[in-house]
Design a binder for this molecule. Structure first.
Ligand SMILES: Nc1ncnc2c1ncn2[C@@H]1O[C@H](COP(=O)(O)OP(=O)(O)OP(=O)(O)O)[C@@H](O)[C@H]1O
Length: 976
């Protein structure tokens, strides 16, 4: 929609806007302002994808540039939409959409927190970020990037956030240094020294400068609100104060494990289409050496030999930046006192190293801030000489940047693959890798605009470009080339590095005219076949260059042809229109005059009446004609100017055609070479495809193995659970079994106790029987003693006889007592035996019981049982009771036995000399005649027992010895 109109409004240095006269005939005279274009909204909806580039708009406060009576050219409609109008009611109003719109009231902190903070976090997490500040001159780009001492911009805030976050994880020594895009060096002692001295050189230089300046800043009284441009105006104190102002930045915690970080910064500028290292100082009047661009093995573009300085704090990094600013090209123009004359790029590289002592892997991320020089209108900046050349270069590089974005957008829109003209300017070439999306760089663009009506055209152009940038969406299709992993490639140290750094230190700049393709250093890891690869890369590069040349030539040729045709057509139309309008106008005027003349001739009275009027009308007409003639002359002058411009364009076109012809010749030569190389490239491509396929297969295998590993892990977890359950079950079973065993033991013990009780009862019975027997014997003994007394008292002879009888009776009784005694001894022995045999199981059972009581909680059951057992009355108690009773019996027994024994002993003592042996006794008895009563007495012991009385102990003393008894008996026998 309205494409032609858009084209008209997008005039620029190379593609001139249609001269203002064009608008003359096209202006709407009446009617309300009409929204004619919602480019961004419309295009984004078309594509319905996420914008690839995060584009925000920042408006400069009007107090700085616009007189209060002028109307802003931009109106903020919402958080992300603005309307653009010249303030002229007849002009169209155009709406533009951005990711965010920051009004003039938004300060640096809010801008940083809202738009930059997340990007810095992504950088800290290993992503690459690229931030552009884009806009017309004096629109506030440098202010946004650097800010001032009162309100620092995004770089100081980023530095503070980064160093506050890394804090104690920063390496003290610069042992590891990033190289190219994803490579890195491990520096040896010498290289570390060189790096340190380069760094100190910059930092000390900074301090010396301060001393020399004698705190110049305080004297020079720099405006604190002025954008910071170089260290000449800064002191250490200023920097500390500035960082103090922003120290309340929200810090973050990184969870990357046991890693350490190093931070390196670089600062470069693209001035007049050459790249310069801002951290390298030149001797006075010495020409600066431009740096070359190179490709690494992954075709990532990098600036060869650009210095990187190791920094340990935000302050140090900022000092390095301000040191670089000293070398920056700035100049004053009609619009900006300190206008940037170059595009400058400040880059911070973060290197995350794992296993610091012996690093195998590391991750490098970078964040670049590109402060683009402002697009300029020569008419307004009034630049001449060097400034004019700078302006042209600035505008050209910005134009190429715009072209790149336009081609990217068109390619996406039409599904084409037209070559993007990155190589047409150094600016686009440097960021080619980021813009193509090869290393997954997050690109952001802060569009700064000055809402002054005098800059309406420029602002409109900037907004239009921003809309195109924003309409480029993230590609959903898979890229053909696989992105490399984010790990760095450790490259070998070589003397070249030392030399390069030394040369920087000595500020000796050699003009190295190296071929861009011949720059690679030999990597140590993964690329042993580097040399072969290098050749391949060279071939590829040539091929790439050839194809790019061809496309550029074709496109340029086509572009200029179209431009020429369109321009001629436009101009023809414009001039035809203009001539026609002028013709019509004058015809109308003549017609009116003729009419009036005719009226006057037909009515002479009115001629008199209106003579004076006509006079004045004529005067007016004459004046008007004069005006128109002047206007006509002006227009003719403008026409001539335009013709001149057209001629200039023709000349330019011819020059370009000449250039194209030259390119064509080059192309022809290159085509031949290209065809030869194509075969080799195809072969290599096939090889790469195979490798990628192989890698894919390996990836799949790893995925499969990871899957099976997970499955096995699950099985092991299940098995472990099962095992645990089984162990618990087994333990429970064992406890139950043990309890059962113990219960059985208790039951068997109970049985034994019962049996013991029975035995005990039996013994008690036996004991009482023995006691009864003993009592009977005692009774008999007492009876016999009584009888013996009676005998003694009644008849002496009888008593003497009875003594003899008793003597034998006693002998018999002694035998009986001995027998009983033996029985008792046997019983005692048996009792002891029982005691011994029963005590053993008892002790055993006591042990078992103790064991049982020692068993823990699962034995509560057995504890119950034990309590029951203790209530039963232990077998030991029975035993003790039994023993006590037994002892009593034995005691009482032994008393009587002892008595008997004593008596027997006494008897023995009494009758030692009267010992009667059996033979003598038998002989004595034999001598007693059978007929006698006495002999009967000897024959019938039972009769004797019945009639005999047991002699008392004192009676025994008077008992005669057997020999005496025999003697007395014999005497008796003689007497009779
Ligand atoms: N948002 C803002 N708040 C306060 N002052 C601002 C703001 N934006 C710009 N300025 C002031 O406007 C002036 C010009 O800004 P600056 O130098 O940043 O412009 P520029 O876009 O970088 O210009 P050039 O492209 O010419 O270098 C400075 O004095 C700056 O302090």
């Amino acid at each position: 929609m309205n494409d032609s109109r858009e084209n008209h409004s997008t005039g620029s240095y190379v593609e001139p806007r249609v001269p203002s006269i064009t608008g003359f005939g096209q202006r709407k005279i009446n009617g309300k302002p009409k929204i004619v274009l919602n480019y961004s909204l419309e295009k984004c909806n078309d594509n319905s994808g996420t914008p690839k580039i995060d584009v925000c708009l920042r408006l400069k406060p009007r107090t700085f540039s616009i007189p209060s009576n002028e109307v802003d050219t931009l109106t903020i409609l919402s958080d992300n939409t603005v309307a653009c109008s010249s303030g002229n009611a007849r002009e169209d109003v155009i709406e533009y959409m951005f990711s965010s719109v920051f009004g003039p009231e938004v300060d640096q902190k809010k801008f940083f927190d809202t738009w930059i903070y997340d990007k810095v976090l992504r950088f800290l997490n290993g992503n690459n970020e690229l931030l552009f500040a884009y806009g017309t001159t004096n629109a506030g780009k440098t202010y946004t990037i650097h800010g001032n001492l009162n309100d620092p911009g995004i770089i100081p805030r980023t530095l503070l956030l980064v160093f506050n976050t890394l804090n104690n994880k920063l390496m003290a020594q610069c042992k590891y240094k990033p190289d190219k895009v994803i490579a890195a060096h491990i520096l040896d002692e010498n290289l570390i020294k060189v790096e340190e001295s380069f760094r100190n050189n910059i930092l000390n230089n900074w301090c010396n400068e301060k001393i020399q300046e004698g705190l110049k800043s305080s004297v020079s009284q720099i405006d604190e609100g002025q954008t910071i441009h170089s260290m000449d105006h800064l002191t250490n104190n200023d920097i500390t104060k500035m960082f103090d102002l922003i120290k309340d930045v929200d810090n973050v915690t990184l969870d990357h494990g046991d890693v350490f970080y190093t931070v390196w910064v670089s600062y470069s500028e693209i001035y007049n289409e050459s790249i310069y290292d801002l951290l390298v100082t030149c001797l006075p009047k010495q020409k600066r050496t431009p740096l070359k661009l190179s490709l690494d093995q992954d075709k990532n573009v990098y600036v060869r030999d650009l210095s990187h300085v190791f920094v340990r704090s935000a302050e140090e990094a900022y000092k390095v930046l301000t040191f670089g600013k000293n070398n920056l090209k700035i100049a004053s123009n009609n619009l900006n006192k300190c206008s940037s004359r170059s595009h400058c790029i400040f880059t911070m590289k973060l290197m995350r190293v794992e296993n610091v002592e012996n690093p195998k892997t590391a991750v490098i991320s970078s964040i670049s801030f590109c402060d683009l020089a402002g697009s300029e209108r020569l008419k307004k900046t009034l630049n001449i000489g060097d400034r004019l050349v700078e302006s042209k270069n600035i505008n050209t590089s910005l134009l190429v940047l715009n072209k790149c974005f336009s081609v990217l957008r068109e390619n996406q829109k039409r599904g084409e693959n037209n070559l993007v003209p990155y190589r047409e300017s150094k600016l686009t070439q440097i960021f080619q890798t980021a813009l193509t999306g090869c290393n997954k760089t997050g690109i952001s663009m802060a569009v700064n605009v000055d809402t002054s009506p005098s800059l309406f055209e420029e602002t409109k152009q900037v907004l239009f470009m921003s809309a195109i940038v924003r309409s480029i969406t993230k590609s959903k299709t898979k890229t053909i080339s696989k992105p490399r992993p984010s790990f760095v490639i450790w490259t070998a140290n070589n003397c070249k590095n030392i030399d390069q750094t030394k040369s920087k230190l000595n500020s000796i700049n050699e003009d190295e005219n190296l071929d861009e393709s011949n720059t690679e250093e030999e990597p140590m890891i993964s690329y042993n076949d580097f040399e072969i690869r290098l050749k391949e890369e060279q071939t590829k590069l040539r091929q790439h260059l050839l194809s790019e040349f061809r496309v550029i030539l074709d496109r340029n040729e086509k572009f200029y042809k179209e431009q020429k045709a369109a321009s001629i057509k436009n101009r023809t139309e414009i001039y035809e229109n203009k001539i026609k309008r002028l013709k019509d106008f004058y015809l109308e005027e003549i017609k009116e005059r003729d009419e009036k003349l005719a009226n006057f001739q037909s009515n002479p009275v009115s001629l008199n009446n209106h003579e004076n009027d006509n006079k004045s009308t004529m005067e007016n007409y004459e004046f008007r004609i004069g005006e128109l003639e002047v206007q006509n002359e002006e227009l003719l002058a403008e026409l001539n100017a335009l013709k001149n411009t057209q001629d200039m364009r023709h000349e330019e076109l011819n020059a370009k055609n000449q250039e194209i012809d030259n390119y064509k010749i080059m192309l022809k030569e290159a085509t031949t070479e290209y065809e030869q190389l194509e075969a080799v490239i195809n072969e290599k491509n096939n090889r790469f495809d195979e490798i990628y396929q192989y890698l894919d297969e390996k990836d799949l295998e790893i995925e499969r193995l990871t899957g099976s590993l997970e499955a096995k892990d699950n099985i092991i977890t299940d098995m472990e659970q099962h095992q645990e359950e089984m162990i618990t079950e087994a333990v429970e079973k064992q406890i139950l079994k043990y309890m059962d065993e113990k219960l059985n033991t208790i039951l068997s013990l109970e049985n034994k106790i019962e049996k013991l009780q029975i035995k005990n009862n039996k013994y008690k019975e036996t004991n009482s029987q023995i006691f009864q027997q003993y009592s009977t014997l005692r009774k008999q003994y007492l009876i016999m003693s009584k009888t013996l007394d009676e005998y003694k008292n009644s008849n002496e002879i009888n008593s003497k006889l009875s003594v003899i009888f008793n003597y034998f009776f006693f002998i018999e009784k002694d035998l009986e007592i001995a027998k009983l005694q033996k029985q008792i001894e046997e019983l005692e022995f048996k009792l002891k035996e029982v005691e011994v045999t029963e005590k053993k199981p008892m002790t055993k059972s006591i042990g078992i019981l103790t064991d049982l009581s020692n068993i823990g909680s699962p034995m509560t059951k057995s504890t119950g049982i034990l309590t029951d057992l203790s209530n039963i009355g232990s077998p030991l108690r029975y035993q003790t009771e039994y023993e006590e009773k037994e002892n009593k019996i034995v005691k009482s027994e032994s008393k009587s036995v002892r008595k008997c024994r004593t008596a027997k002993k006494d008897k023995k003592n009494l009758m030692p000399s009267y010992t009667l042996d059996d033979k003598m006794l038998d002989e004595a008895i034999d001598n007693i005649p059978y007929s006698t009563r006495k002999r009967k007495l000897f024959d019938s012991k039972s009769i004797l027992a019945e009639s005999a009385t047991v002699p008392s102990d004192n009676i025994l003393d008077s008992i005669p010895t057997p020999s005496r008894a025999l003697f007395q008996i014999s005497k008796l026998r003689v007497k009779k």
